[in-house]
Design a protein around this ligand. Structure first.
Ligand code: HMG
Ligand code: MG
Length: 294
């Protein structure tokens, strides 16, 4: 069922990948990482976050990063924005797309952005309105869509409700996240059976973390059985959410592209550039390289 539609890949390594590293990755290394990823063929890179610098000090330099990256034609440079203060910073940095973020579970949302789901949606109203008036596309994240680190399994009904609210507010797409990487294909089927009743597949991105090594199986299930073509991934499998205890990195972009291509999907890029770009960051973080027989 996956078909030959082009995979819509969002590279989130520079944001989700680097936000959870204990070590602050120097600004110049972030810029070099993004510049290298820009040449991979990927069409969208989440390059930073304009969140509270106390909440995520690792990305406190996003303004400078956006200012200094070499923007490649055909690549959209997006940023996470939690509120109007973040939007002002995103405008100043000339972010080309913004992403607001909420969750399907109340406890995670409280820990992550200090708001109930309803309060966060209210907070997004002026953010989305102002972004749209500047012609910026807007993504809406629904985190903890399968499991919450505090509440356990999450009902697909909650995801459907939050996704519908975000779309009503005017987001162009929803990225549905397995924030703690606990889902298996059966959970993904249950979720997509519900979500696809109201949200068109073209507006959906899936955002898998890989804590239990299930992310590839989940992505292939979504692509092969449901025709989902939108996926987020992080070069080298870097990443995690500092407010989701136990969450490991996102699915590695290189592994996702390998798996999708090997299964017959049409992908915008090959795996090697993501692998190579990530190895430099991994070396900088003092970790052992991840060998691959390219
Ligand atoms: P709060 O404390 O309720 O906010 O935090 P506040 O409005 O009361 O402000 C508190 C302080 O933060 C003030 O500074 C504000 O100026 C400052 P002070 O007066 O104390 O010096 N502040 C800001 N500074 C810079 N930029 C801003 C901003 N907003 C306030 N935009 C808030 C609420 C949402 C701000 C905070 O909780 C926050 O920034 N949270 C972000 C957490 C985060 O980034 N988490 C990781 C990303 S989400 C994720 O990883 C999941 C995802 O990958 C999908 C998935 O895996 O499921 C997307
Ligand atoms: Mg994430």
């Amino acid at each position: 069922m996956g078909g030959r539609s082009l995979i819509r890949l969002v590279e989130v390594g520079p944001r989700d990948g680097l936000q959870n590293e204990k070590q602050f990755v120097p600004t110049a290394a972030k810029i070099a990482f993004i510049n290298e990823l820009s040449a991979s063929g990927v069409r969208e890179i989440e390059a930073g976050a304009f969140v509270s610098q106390k909440a995520v000090p690792q990305l406190s330099d996003s303004g400078e990063v956006f200012k200094k990256i070499r923007r490649r034609k055909g690549v959209t440079y997006a940023a996470l924005v939690p509120n109007e203060q973040g939007l002002d910073r995103a405008f100043a940095a000339r972010a080309e797309k913004i992403a607001v973020f909420t969750a399907a579970s109340e406890s995670f949302n409280r820990n992550n952005i200090n708001a109930t789901i309803a309060e966060s949606l209210e907070r997004f109203k002026p953010v989305i309105r102002r972004a749209k008036s500047e012609k910026l596309p807007v993504r809406g994240y629904v985190s903890t869509a399968l499991y919450c680190p505090y509440e356990g399994p999450v009902s697909p009904k909650k995801v459907v409700a939050v996704a519908a609210s975000l779309l009503d507010l005017g987001v162009d797409e929803v990225s549905i996240g397995d924030t703690i990487g606990k889902a298996a294909p059966r959970d993904v089927r249950r979720l997509l059976d519900a979500v696809l009743r109201t949200v068109p597949a073209q507006k959906i991105f899936l955002h898998f973390h890989d804590t239990f090594g299930m992310a590839i199986a989940n992505a292939l299930t979504a692509w092969g059985e449901y025709g989902i073509t939108g996926f987020d991934a992080s070069a080298g499998g870097l990443g995690g959410c500092p407010y989701a205890p136990g969450a490991s990195g996102n699915v590695a972009t290189e592994n996702l592209l390998y798996a999708l291509k090997a299964s017959g999907a049409r992908a915008p890029a090959g795996p090697e550039p993501f692998y190579r770009a990530a190895q430099k960051v991994i070396a900088l973080l003092g970790r052992a390289p991840v060998p691959k027989p390219f």
